[in-house]
Design a protein around this ligand. Structure first.
Ligand SMILES: [Zn+2]
Length: 92
């Protein structure tokens, strides 16, 4: 068990700076003794646009106003149709 503890300690030291950066950014960190995987939890707020079925275009061919042509919406942002400065496109 000492070798496992040593490997975890070495891993922690090797990834300390990156882990600190990830902590500041509020990223999720998944650790094993030899890998650290980082993920921005803001990706959880992305969802497929239900207006255009994630295509980014309305049946008229114009960019979808809800997702601004990206096919996905950020659930943390207000809908694009409520922003007066955005160009109008298909139905929303
Ligand atoms: Zn859309």
């Amino acid at each position: 068990m000492r070798i496992v503890a040593l490997l975890w300690k070495l891993s922690g030291e090797a990834f300390a700076e990156i882990d600190a950066f990830a902590w500041v950014q509020r990223w999720e960190v998944r650790r094993t003794w030899h890998t650290h995987a980082y993920r921005d939890t803001r990706f959880d707020a992305l969802a497929a646009c239900t207006i255009c079925s994630a295509k980014g275009r309305c049946p008229t061919g114009l960019p979808c106003r809800r997702c601004r042509g990206t096919g996905r919406v950020n659930l943390l942002e207000p809908p694009a149709s409520r922003r007066p400065e955005r160009p109008s496109g298909g139905r929303a």
